[in-house]
Ligand binder design. Structure first.
Ligand code: TYD
Length: 204
């Protein structure tokens, strides 16, 4: 049985990635005829979901936030992602480690080499096979969040400058890993964004 693939979707809050998770899962099921596991971070396991509730709603220092992200990720990898990949399933994760480099690195100012240590520790050599980066500027994302009326967690209430730093960190990662990370212009119409998503997935 061939090992499955790990596809991750990422981007700043309000970039609109959530609208494309279901279509991504459906497209892979249809085109590749494989089992698809749809999951998310932080979370994805019972313990991870408890850690997620802490991360989204309890105030804490940046280092604690980073360590909890990787604690949840450790469970997620061992309990869900690795077993799925081994049995040949494809995994679609709503966010993954790029978010730690973008939010805790770019947004909160933690040095990337510290994050790399945790990445290596928790993931070893594992990297996503494809990452769709939904890119939009902070003002556009803010407008979408306001329209959906769900800006309620510790991240979503951050200022525009925070999201500009997060976005810049995501784009720097896309630049550093051009083979893995596809930048999707998320300011386009829903239809155009869907086309870009389909194109990136079919190229796998
Ligand atoms: P998300 O699932 O996008 O929340 P929502 O349910 O509102 O769509 O992600 C929750 C938040 O967690 C998001 O603001 C980004 C943040 N996050 C990090 O800061 N670092 C990480 O490593 C991950 C995975 C998420």
């Amino acid at each position: 049985m061939a090992r499955g693939k790990l596809i991750t979707l990422d981007g700043i809050d309000g970039a609109g990635k959530s609208s494309h998770i279901a279509t991504t899962v459906e497209l892979i099921r249809r085109e590749k005829n494989v089992e698809v596991v749809s999951t998310r971070e932080p979370g994805g396991t019972p313990l991870g979901e408890k850690i997620r509730a802490l991360l989204l709603h309890e105030s804490m220092r940046a280092e604690t936030e980073l360590l909890l992200m990787f604690a949840a990720r450790c469970e997620h990898l061992r309990e869900v992602i690795e077993p799925a990949l081994q049995r040949g399933a494809w995994v679609v994760s709503d966010r993954f480690t790029d978010a730690s480099f973008a939010y805790q690195g770019g947004g909160r100012g933690i040095a990337p080499n510290r994050i790399e240590i945790l990445e290596r520790w928790v993931q070893g050599e594992l990297q996503p096979d494809l990452t769709l980066l939904f890119d939009i500027d902070a003002a556009g994302a803010r407008a979408r969040l306001a329209a959906s009326g769900t800006a309620t967690d510790r991240f979503e209430v951050e200022q525009a400058a925070f999201f500009e730093r997060v976005r810049a960190a995501y784009l720097a990662r896309a630049h550093a890993f051009p083979e893995r990370i596809r930048v999707i212009d998320s300011s386009a119409t829903l239809h155009r964004v869907s086309e870009q998503v389909t194109h990136a997935l079919l190229s796998l």
